[in-house]
Design a protein around this ligand. Structure first.
Ligand SMILES: [Ca+2]
Ligand SMILES: [Ca+2]
Ligand SMILES: [Ca+2]
Length: 176
């Protein structure tokens, strides 16, 4: 239970940090000095912009190891659409963030790195209000679903609501 809360707190904090880091309008960074794109001054770009149709992507190498840790998708009106983030810097972008009108609306996390969402945080007016978590079937236990409620961004309850017939794929699809 303690570990659960820590994980959730970490996810929420990392999302908060990430938002702080990417909320600047892109024009500022593009017209700014090149130093902004090479934040640690090692001569290697750590923020890259890629344009694709009606969108552009801001790719960020947060820890300067040459691997992208954050990918933020923007409309050409500079409004953020979605993000993929490697919160724990293990090389896998496990956190997907959706936005509505510039505020976070949903955060989906693939903790077990199987390409499926296993925890989904729902936001209202930019603040996390609830989460659903999928507990995979193990040798001794059937698959279960947990529900977490939040108040002021902190988890206030975490209940596992028993055995579920829903597969991890179904859970993931319904979380999208
Ligand atoms: Ca650099
Ligand atoms: Ca990196
Ligand atoms: Ca990761």
């Amino acid at each position: 239970m303690i570990l659960e809360s820590k994980f959730i707190a970490a996810a929420v904090i990392s999302v908060g940090l990430m938002l702080g880091g990417c909320s600047e309008p892109v024009q500022d960074s593009l017209v700014g000095s090149a130093d902004f794109l090479d934040q640690n001054d090692d001569g290697v770009e750590d923020i890259i912009y890629e344009f694709e149709g009606d969108f552009y992507y801001e790719l960020v190498d947060r820890n300067f190891d040459g691997e992208v840790d954050e990918s933020h998708k923007y409309g050409l009106d500079d409004r953020i659409v979605s993000s993929k983030v490697d919160s724990n810097l293990d090389g896998y972008l496990e956190t997907s963030i959706s936005y509505e009108y510039g505020s976070v609306s949903k955060v989906n996390v693939d903790r077990v790195r199987d390409g499926l969402v296993d925890i989904s945080f729902i936001y209202a007016e930019g603040e996390v209000v609830s989460a659903e978590k999928y507990y995979h079937q193990t040798e001794v236990e059937a698959a279960r679903i947990g529900k977490i409620a939040f108040e002021f961004g902190y988890p206030i309850s975490n209940e596992v609501i028993g055995t579920t017939e829903i597969s991890s794929l179904e859970f993931s699809n319904k979380s999208q």
